[in-house]
Design a protein around this ligand. Structure first.
Ligand SMILES: [Zn+2]
Length: 887
C-alpha cells in the first residue's frame, strides 16, 4: 500500500469514526422537525361530532399553550381540515390571518401583536372528512356476525403523521401533551379512546362521550373508534383489560384477552415500571388498515390479527395473535411511555418492540420455536411472523440504508416503517443481548425506562443506559450496525496445523463496487467435541481463532443469533457436513440460510446449497423445511415457462415428499403445533410443485368440506383452498367466491380470496383482479389482491396491465405512502430485465418524486431476478435430473 493510499485510508477511517458516533442524547431544542419550538402545547380539549351519512365531521378544540419565547405567529399541523374559526386567549382571529398550506401540511395563524412568553390558549373550530382508507378518521364497512347486515364502524389511524387530519395539532413526536377527547356518537354506538369514559350525556340525536385526559404523549398515539360494539373484559391488578369487537364477535376475543394479561404482567416485571394507564383495550377493526397500532391504552388491530375462532382459526393464526399482541403491548413502554424523538430513530420503537415481543412469545410458548422460525423467511403477507432473513436479504442490496436514517418530511417518516427498522433492529438487539448477557441487558433497559419515562430519546440514550449497566462501550460496538448500511460475511480459512483465520468483508447481492465497510462483530462459535460455545469480539478485519483445530468442525454464529453470514473454505465445510446430525436444528437452519445467500451472492454454485439439503439428517424439523420450501418456491417461480422447470419440480418433489409421508394428511391427537404447521406448508408447497397426489387429495377434501365443513381441520384449510384454487376451473372459482362473499369471518374470507388469487387460468385471474375494485373486501386487502395474483397466478403481466388501467381506483383505497410503493411493488414479480425500462418510464410519467426509493428497489429486484435466472439456467443443465436419479 502506497503512503498516499495509506494516508487516504487513515483519513477515511477517522472520518468514518467521527460520523459513526455523531448522534447525541435527546434534546428538544435540537430535535429535527418542521415545527418551530418556541410554542409547545400542554393540553388539548377536543370535541368531535362525526356525520356518518355525509362522511364528514365537525370539531372544536382548546389548546393550552406554553409560549417559551415571544412569537408573532403560531405554526402547527393540519391537513384536509377546514378552519371555521380561531381565537387566541379568547380573542377572535380574522380568517385572513389563517393560512393553510396543504403541501407543507401546516396551519399558520398570524397574530396582530406579539404573544408574550407564558401560558396562553388557542381555540379552533374546524371540519374534516371520514376516509375510505385507514388514514386519519376512517370508516370500515362490514357484514354483521349472525345477521349478515351491512354496518359501518369508525376507526382512526394517526401514525406517523395523520393526527393532523383529525384535529389541528403539533404533530411531531417530541411535542408531548395531554389529550382529552369528547365525541358525539349515535345512541347505539360504543365509543373507545385511550382512556376510560369519564362522562356520558344524552343529547339530541345521540350521546356525548367524554374520556379522561391522557398522560403527556405524542399526538400520533391518540385513538378513536366507535360502532355497534361488544366488550369482553377482565381486571388484573388495577388494570382493566378489554377486547372490543363488532357485535357478535366478542367471544372470539377470549384468547387475546388471556394473552394480554399474561403479557402485561411479564412486561411490568421486565421494564421495572408498571403499566401506567387504568385500562388497556384491544380493538378489532374489520377493515381500514391491515396491521395493528399501539395507541396508548387503545390498541387497534385488523380483525383477523386479534380474534381467534376455535372452529375456524388455524394454529398459525393463534401464534400470530399472541405475537402481535406482545409486540403492541411492548410499545406501551417502548414507543408510548418513552418515544423516539424523531422518525429517524423509528427503529427504537419497532426494533425493540419486535425483539421483546418475540422474547415474550417464546418464553410462554416454548413449543412454537418462535426464534428459530423467525430466522427463516415465510409468506411475506404475514408481516409479524417474518424475521431477520428478509431484512438481511434487503440489507445486502444497493438500495439499503442504515437503521438510523435521516427523515426530512412526512413522506419519509411513513416510509421509515420498513424491514430495516423492524427486523434489522430486532436482530441487532438479539445479538447485543447475547453479547452483554440477559440480566445485564435487562438492567440497562430498566435504567433507560426510569430515566426517560414520559419523555423522548435517541439511540444514544439507549446505548448510554446499556453502557452504564454493562460497563462496556456499547455505542462503539453498535455504531457500525446502526449508522452504516449492510452487514458482514466472515470467511473461515484453515491454515497449517489447524490454525483458523477469520476475515470479514461486506456481504452484498447484485451490488457491484459496494463501498467496503467494517464492523465490530460479537462472534460466537462452537468447536465439535467442546461442551460450550465460545465468543469473542471481532474488532478488526482479520483475526485468528485462539487454539488449533486440525480435524474438528467449527460452526460460527451459534444458533444463528448474529447478523452476519459465514463462508467456510472447502475443508471446513466438509467437516461441518459430517457433523450435521450433531448440530442443533437452529444451527442447521442457519447453515441453510447462509448457503442459499452465498448462491444468491454468486459466492457459491447452486449445488453447494443442494448438497446441504440432501444431507439434512431429519425430515420434520419445521424451520429447516420452511427454509427449503422457500428456496424451492423461489426457483419454481423463476423457472415459470422454462423447459427446465419440469426436471426441477420432479427433483424438489422428491426432496419434500418424504417429509410429507412422515407427517401424513390427517392431524394426530396431541401432536406438537409445529407438525400441524409443517403439514399445511408441505401441502401448499407440493401442490405448487404439481404433485398429482396432493392436488387430487386437496380436491377430494374440498368436496367433502362443502357438505361437511367439520371434516377439514382449520389448520389445513388455507392450503387446501389454495391448491384447489390454483388448478381450479370456473365452477371451483365460483364456489370459492361464493363462500368468500358469504362468510362474516374476516380470517376465513381471506383464505377464500387468497385461493381465488392462485388460479393459473388467465381468464380466472382476470376475474379475481376485478374483485379488487369492488367492496367485497376491506380496502387494505382489496388492493393487495392484485399483488397476490401477480405472484400466485404466474401471470404478473396480466396483473400489471390491470393495475395500470385501473390505477386511480386502486390508489383511492390506500394512503399516499402506499401509493409510492404500490405500482413498483407489482414489478418485483418480473424476472425479465426488459421490464426495468418500462417501470422507469411509468415512474417518470405517473409517479411522484417521493416514489423514487420504491422504484429503485423494484428496479434492483427485477435486475437481480433476471441476472440470477440466467446464472441458474447455465448451472442447471442436467443438475436436477442427475440428482433425482441419484436419490
Ligand atoms: Zn410496532
Amino acid at each position: 500500500m502506497s503512503f498516499l493510499r495509506l494516508l487516504f485510508c487513515v483519513v477515511t477511517f477517522l472520518f468514518s469514526l467521527t460520523t459513526l458516533s455523531a448522534e447525541k442524547p435527546f434534546d428538544f431544542a435540537t430535535t429535527p422537525g418542521k415545527l418551530p419550538k418556541q410554542v409547545v402545547p400542554e393540553e388539548y380539549q377536543i370535541r368531535i361530532a362525526p356525520d356518518l351519512g355525509k362522511l364528514t365531521f365537525s370539531g372544536s378544540e382548546t389548546i393550552k399553550l406554553n409560549v417559551r419565547q415571544p412569537v408573532r405567529q403560531l405554526v402547527l399541523n393540519a391537513l384536509e381540515i377546514k378552519i371555521t374559526s380561531a381565537a387566541v386567549d379568547g380573542e377572535a382571529i380574522p380568517q385572513s390571518a389563517i393560512k393553510l398550506d396543504p403541501k407543507e401540511e401546516l396551519l399558520t395563524i398570524a397574530l396582530t401583536s406579539e404573544l408574550p412568553a407564558g401560558p396562553h390558549s388557542l381555540e379552533l373550530k374546524f371540519t374534516g372528512k371520514i376516509n375510505q382508507q385507514g388514514q386519519g378518521l376512517y370508516y370500515a364497512p362490514y357484514q354483521e356476525q349472525g345477521t349478515g347486515a351491512k354496518k359501518m364502524m369508525l376507526g382512526s389511524q394517526f401514525q406517523a403523521t395523520d393526527a393532523r387530519r383529525f384535529f389541528p395539532c403539533w404533530d411531531e413526536p417530541s411535542f408531548r401533551a395531554r389529550f382529552q377527547l369528547t365525541a358525539v356518537v349515535p345512541e347505539n354506538f360504543t365509543a373507545v379512546s385511550n382512556m376510560p369514559v369519564e362522562k356520558e350525556t344524552k343529547i339530541a340525536g345521540g350521546k356525548e362521550v367524554r374520556f379522561a385526559a391522557t398522560p403527556p404523549m405524542p399526538s400520533y398515539l391518540n385513538v378513536f373508534c366507535a360502532g355497534e360494539l361488544e366488550v369482553l373484559s377482565a381486571r388484573l391488578k388495577n388494570v382493566d383489560h378489554g377486547v372490543i369487537t363488532t357485535k357478535g364477535k366478542a367471544a372470539m376475543g377470549r384468547y387475546a384477552l388471556e394473552s394480554s394479561q399474561q403479557i402485561l404482567t411479564y412486561f411490568n416485571e421486565y421494564f421495572g415500571e408498571p403499566y401506567s394507564l387504568p385500562k388497556i383495550d384491544h380493538i378489532a377493526v374489520p377493515g381500514g388498515f391491515g396491521g395493528a397500532m399501539e395507541n396508548w391504552g387503545g390498541i387497534t388491530y385488523y380483525e383477523s390479527r386479534l380474534l381467534f375462532d376455535p372452529e375456524k382459526s388455524s394454529a398459525e393464526t393463534k401464534q400470530n395473535i399472541y405475537e402481535v399482541v406482545a409486540h403492541e403491548v411492548a410499545h406501551m413502554w417502548f414507543g408510548d411511555l418513552v418515544t423516539m424523538a424523531w422518525w429517524d430513530n423509528l427503529w427504537l420503537n419497532e426494533g425493540f418492540a419486535s425483539w421483546i415481543g418475540t422474547k415474550c412469545t417464546a418464553k410462554f410458548n416454548p413449543d412454537w420455536e418462535v426464534w428459530l422460525r423467525k430466522s427463516v423467511p415465510r409468506d411475506p403477507a404475514r408481516r409479524y411472523g417474518l424475521g431477520k432473513e428478509s431484512a438481511m436479504e434487503g440489507d445486502a442490496r444497493s438500495t439499503t440504508h442504515p437503521i438510523h436514517q435521516p427523515v426530512a418530511n412526512e413522506a419519509e417518516a411513513g416510509s421509515a416503517f420498513d424491514d430495516i427498522a423492524y427486523r434489522k433492529g430486532l436482530s441487532f438487539i438479539t445479538m447485543l443481548e447475547s453479547f452483554l448477557g440477559e440480566e445485564v441487558f435487562r438492567d440497562g433497559i430498566r435504567k433507560y425506562m426510569a430515566a426517560h419515562k414520559l419523555s423522548n430519546t435517541t439511540t444514544a440514550d439507549l446505548w448510554n443506559s446499556l453502557s452504564e449497566a454493562s460497563g462496556k462501550p456499547v455505542s462503539k460496538i453498535a455504531a457500525a450496525w446502526t449508522e452504516q448500511p449492510g452487514f458482514p460475511v466472515v470467511k473461515v480459512a484453515r491454515g497449517s496445523e489447524g490454525k483458523i483465520t477469520l476475515t470479514q468483508e461486506r456481504f452484498t447481492v447484485h451490488y457491484e463496487n459496494a463501498p467496503a465497510l467494517e464492523w465490530k462483530i460479537p462472534l460466537t462459535y462452537s468447536i465439535a467435541g467442546e461442551a460450550a460455545p465460545a465468543n469473542l469480539l471481532m474488532a478488526s478485519k482479520t483475526i485468528d481463532l485462539p487454539g488449533a483445530w486440525a480435524d474438528r468442525a467449527v460452526k460460527l454464529n451459534v444458533e444463528g443469533a448474529g447478523t452476519y453470514r459465514v463462508q467456510y473454505d472447502d475443508v471446513s465445510w466438509k467437516l461441518l457436513l459430517g457433523e450435521l446430525p450433531k448440530l442443533s436444528s437452529a444451527d442447521r437452519a442457519n447453515l441453510l440460510l447462509d448457503a442459499w445467500a452465498l448462491v444468491q451472492a454468486n459466492r457459491a454454485p447452486l449445488s453447494h446449497y443442494l448438497e446441504l439439503v440432501e444431507k439434512l439428517p431429519t425430515k420434520d424439523e419445521l424451520a429447516e423445511r420452511e427454509q427449503v420450501m422457500h428456496v424451492f418456491d423461489f426457483i419454481n417461480r423463476l423457472l415459470a415457462g422454462d423447459p427446465q422447470r419440469e426436471a426441477f419440480q420432479k427433483y424438489s418433489r422428491s426432496m419434500l415428499r418424504p417429509s410429507f409421508e412422515q407427517v401424513g394428511w390427517e392431524p394426530q391427537r396431541g401432536e406438537p403445533p409445529k407438525i400441524a404447521v409443517l403439514r399445511a406448508s408441505l401441502i401448499n408447497a407440493l401442490g405448487d410443485l404439481n404433485d398429482e397426489e396432493i392436488v387430487a387429495g386437496c380436491r377430494a377434501r374440498f368436496q367433502k368440506y362443502l357438505s361437511d365443513p367439520r371434516s377439514l381441520a382449520p389448520d389445513l384449510r388455507p392450503s387446501v383452498f389454495a391448491v384447489v384454487g390454483r388448478y381450479g376451473d370456473e365452477a371451483t372459482w365460483s364456489k370459492l367466491h361464493e363462500l368468500g362473499r358469504k362468510t362474516t369471518s374476516i380470517e376465513e374470507k381471506q383464505y377464500y380470496y387468497d385461493a381465488l388469487a392462485c388460479a393459473l387460468d388467465p381468464k380466472l385471474a382476470a376475474r379475481t383482479l376485478k374483485i379488487s375494485l369492488g367492496d367485497e373486501l376491506p380496502t387494505s386487502r382489496a388492493i393487495y389482491l392484485v399483488a397476490k395474483v401477480a405472484r400466485q397466478s404466474e401471470h404478473p403481466e396480466v396483473a400489471w396491465e390491470f393495475a395500470k388501467a385501473n390505477m386511480k381506483q386502486l390508489l383511492a383505497k390506500t394512503d399516499a405512502l402506499a401509493a409510492n410503493s404500490y405500482a413498483p411493488g407489482l414489478f418485483a414479480f418480473f424476472s425479465d430485465a426488459k421490464r426495468i425500462s418500462e417501470l422507469e418510464r411509468f415512474a417518470k410519467s405517473d409517479l411522484p418524486p417521493t416514489a423514487a426509493k420504491a422504484v429503485g428497489k423494484a428496479v434492483d429486484e427485477v435486475g437481480f431476478r433476471a441476472e440470477f435466472k440466467v446464472r441458474l439456467l447455465t448451472q442447471i443443465g442436467t443438475l436436477f435430473s442427475d440428482r433425482t436419479k441419484e436419490r
